[in-house]
Ligand binder design. Structure first.
Ligand SMILES: [Zn+2]
Length: 67
């Protein structure tokens, strides 16, 4: 049974086990506020953005054109 994650503005983050046939809820079962559904754990999330760096490959040209 998949576990869906929701974020409630009042209750915070919570998980809800639902059948795969059930529709995701749109309101919090506790306080009836509108919840935001987060990505299920079954779906792999690929985080990008961190760990890159700019390889500043300056050409070490000793261009000493001094007169
Ligand atoms: Zn709530």
């Amino acid at each position: 049974m998949p576990v869906y994650e929701y974020k409630c503005p009042n209750c915070g983050h919570f998980e809800l086990k639902q059948s795969i046939k059930d529709d995701p809820i749109s309101n919090c079962p506790t306080c009836d506020a509108q919840v935001q559904r987060l990505i299920s754990k079954n779906v792999g999330i690929i985080f990008k953005g961190s760990g890159f760096y700019i390889n500043d490959s300056r050409s070490d040209s000793t261009d000493t054109s001094a007169s």
